[in-house]
Design a binder for this molecule. Structure first.
Ligand code: DLL
Length: 433
């Protein structure tokens, strides 16, 4: 039997969901107009005031908000409550190394964790479960969000954070972890490591996994499910909107229910901004209607997906989104970390390298690899191996502090990277996802 964390909300009638959205949208628009000069200005430019917004049918009148707006307003420009009412920030990297910083009141944290609790219960979680959280903790939202959700469900929570595979496996086995939360690539890696240790799926206590933060294919799902002997559920979210739990998969494992009592979803044509009907692929746009500290109105996620409102076998009534099928920008997600090629370019140019480089991304043994090939200038070119390895180390260190990720750096001779006649091909992503 399907279980829900908040049955009356998760299975509410469409009319009820619309009524919540209508009322909350009106209040939220008034809230940002009253408290955020940046929004007021944007709305004035678009010729709309809170008096024009009576419900979701008026949503299209409001201007879009983009990552550029967030950058321009950094750090406090979109905060809609006094800072003394905020209790937390979380953050993610931005296009120029400037970070996106999201603010939360205690009530915002509570609703975020509630969304994560819904995801855990949808994956079969109860207070009898032991939930190991192997997403990163810290500024990244994965660890903190699912940690809060796990507490709400009453699971015994193991906050291992990411990394240290041996210890992860030790805890899974010694403490009988039944639910694993981490990126799908890390889940696959953990699975392989356990297989190499000779463990069969029935010797692994896990029964479910909640995996997200990066794209993963159905094939990858099958392979993780087989190696670990679990059911693997997708979870979606972004820092700007809270973090994981904006949408989550249910027993049907065919797309993720968006928590529509907190977020209104639209799909638009990324070129024209026109709102597209359900079933059509386009860019996902969200309006957060309950968050108070950092409310986003019509935020363009750059994620490409399709929405469907077909009846789901799990009984939930909230709209479903497909797995994101790509992005409208050049953001790469490598081992769960968002990376923009422009950040890599900034590091290279700052250290005096020419803008001749290539970024090679692959997935080896289910782990993403990042290899940056950097051309030396003729002045730098040398056969002194000590000097080359000093330069390589300097690049690896600078990239790590810019991206929060370890890249492999290969220095190559001047003019050895093929020049392009049109747009330079900077990124070669060989992952099949
Ligand atoms: O990745 C939040 C999260 C943590 C989601 C843990 C799920 C689990 P950001 O670092 O801000 O937040 O990255 C957000 O990651 O716009 C998508 O492009 C991508 N993404 C997130 N979940 C999925 C998923 C977290 N399930 C960006 N499938 C989003 C594909 C995903 N892409």
């Amino acid at each position: 039997m399907e279980r829900y964390y908040q049955p009356e909300i998760e299975t509410a009638s469409r009319e009820q969901i619309k009524a919540w959205q209508d009322e909350r949208l009106v209040t939220q628009v008034r809230h940002v107009w009253d408290n955020v000069p940046y929004y007021r200005e944007k709305m004035r430019e678009a010729g709309v005031t809170p008096d024009d917004i009576h419900g979701t049918e008026d949503l299209h009148k409001l201007p879009f908000l983009s990552k550029d707006d967030l950058r321009r307003a950094y750090p406090y420009g979109l905060v809609a409550v006094p800072l003394k009412d905020c209790v937390r920030i979380q953050s993610t990297s931005g296009t120029t190394g400037k970070r996106v910083v999201a603010f939360y009141t205690q009530a915002d944290l509570d609703l975020w964790e509630t969304c994560c609790a819904r995801a855990i219960v949808a994956a079969g979680g109860t207070n009898e479960d032991v939930c190991q959280i192997s997403y990163g903790y810290g500024l990244f939202t994965g660890g903190p969000g699912l940690n809060g959700g796990s507490h709400k469900v009453g699971c015994l929570t193991i906050p291992t954070s990411s990394g240290n595979t041996e210890r992860q496996i030790m805890f899974i086995r010694d403490l009988n972890a039944t639910i694993l939360c981490c990126t799908p690539s890390y889940a696959a890696y953990l699975g392989e490591s356990m297989k190499e240790m000779g463990l069969t799926p029935d010797e692994i206590p896990l029964k479910a996994g909640i995996f997200g933060a990066e794209a993963w294919s159905e094939e990858m799902r099958q392979s993780i499910q087989e190696t670990l002997g679990i059911k693997a559920y997708d979870i979606y979210g972004l820092t700007e909107l809270s973090g994981p739990g904006v949408a989550f998969e249910c027993s049907a494992q065919s797309g993720m229910h968006i928590n529509e009592d907190h977020f209104i979803a639209e799909v638009i044509d990324p070129d024209t901004g026109e709102v597209l009907p359900d079933g059509t692929q386009g860019e996902l746009v969200f309006t957060s209607i309950t968050k108070k500290a950092f409310p986003l109105i019509r935020y363009r996620t750059r994620d490409i997906c399709v929405l469907t409102r077909e009846k789901c076998s799990c009984g939930r009534t909230h709209v479903k989104m497909t797995k994101p099928r790509g992005r409208t920008d050049d953001m790469l997600i490598i081992r769960g970390v968002n990376v923009f090629p422009s950040q890599i370019e900034t590091v290279l140019l700052n250290l005096g390298y020419p803008a001749n480089y290539q970024i090679l991304v692959d997935r080896v043994n289910n782990t993403d690899t990042l290899d940056v090939q950097v051309e030396m200038t003729p002045e730098m070119f040398t056969d002194n191996l000590g000097e080359i390895s000093r330069r390589q180390k300097e690049l690896v260190d600078s990239l790590r502090s810019m991206l929060g990720l370890t890249a492999k750096v290969t220095l190559v001779a001047p003019k050895s990277i093929v020049r392009s006649e049109g747009k330079a091909v900077r990124v070669i992503d060989k992952r099949k996802i």
